[in-house]
Design a protein around this ligand. Structure first.
Ligand SMILES: Nc1ncnc2c1ncn2[C@@H]1O[C@H](COP(=O)(O)OP(=O)(O)OP(=O)(O)O)[C@@H](O)[C@H]1O
Length: 259
């Protein structure tokens, strides 16, 4: 399994306003990258641009060396799975059918067989949603729906997986289980990039943190340097104290003291 995703001096704007202002980075197979930053920093825009859903104003996004927007959607879908931040479902589709969509790019028949069925079963188990497959997707709880949509992305078993807030709305047990699953995917050779707000989870499970601030990379490296307290103060405007074992950190945040 190989995957390489690259942004080269990427500029993306909307309605004449710049959102990403010269983002450059390369991520390769076998790494779990956390993309973190304040609300509005540009994390979702960057993930969308990396897979070709945003047209750069300047610069480029490359998937395995090819501009993302030049890849045919079916080819791109076999290389990169994407979990968007917004996942609305307005109709009574069974949750199991949503997960099965993860095999669509491989031409899977409506009634899954062989490797397609096995991949879906693995994803259902990883996201603890096998008991929900017959339920209509629009009638799931927020966390159940989030896990079903992640299972859809995991079922594709692509060399790269880009996930926008995969742990949002999840209870603590499922947050840990999902982070473990993503970590395992990377250890097995996939490239995983996840936008995350929980910095303690990011520091615990990811070996590389890309900290985005106002459309640019403020730091990029291992958790201990990319999430150093002075960085967090600069970027998030909070005081941060790391507690506990480095392998299982807890972070306590405080608002800055009044001058
Ligand atoms: N369709 C749009 N039109 C205009 N501006 C937009 C649009 N979508 C996003 N933006 C702006 O682009 C900036 C980056 O948004 P983006 O969703 O990428 O941020 P984010 O880092 O993912 O934020 P969050 O943590 O809140 O999910 C924000 O200022 C946002 O208001």
């Amino acid at each position: 399994m190989s995957a390489r995703i690259e942004a080269r001096d990427l500029h993306v704007g909307r309605d004449g306003a710049p959102i990403l202002k010269g983002v450059s980075f390369v991520a390769e197979a076998g790494v779990f990258v956390a993309l973190v930053g304040p609300n509005g920093a540009g994390k979702s825009t960057l993930l969308r641009a990396l897979i070709g859903l945003e047209e750069p104003d300047a610069g480029a996004c490359l998937i395995d060396g090819t501009p993302a927007r030049a890849l045919a959607p079916i080819v791109r879908a076999r290389r990169v799975a994407y979990l968007p931040q917004a996942r609305p479902v307005y109709w009574a589709m069974p949750a199991g059918a949503i997960v099965a969509l993860g095999r669509f790019a491989y031409g899977a028949p409506a009634r899954l067989e062989g490797e397609d069925a096995a991949a879906v079963a693995r994803a259902l188990a990883a996201c603890d949603v096998a008991h929900l497959t017959a339920r209509p997707a629009h009638a799931l709880s927020g966390g159940e729906a989030a896990r079903v949509h992640l299972a859809r992305a995991l079922a594709a078993e692509t060399p790269a997986l880009l996930a926008d807030e995969p742990t949002a709305a999840l209870d603590p047990r499922h947050q840990l289980a999902i982070m473990q699953t993503l970590r395992r995917r990377a250890d097995e050779g996939a490239l995983v990039i996840a936008a995350l707000h929980d910095l303690a989870l990011a520091a615990r499970f990811c070996t590389r943190i890309v900290l985005l601030s106002d459309g640019a990379i403020a730091s990029d490296g291992p958790p201990e340097t990319a999430l150093a307290p002075e960085r967090l103060k600069q970027v998030f405007g909070v005081r941060a104290a790391f507690l506990g074992e480095p392998s299982r950190p807890t972070i306590v945040f405080d608002l800055p003291e009044a001058d």
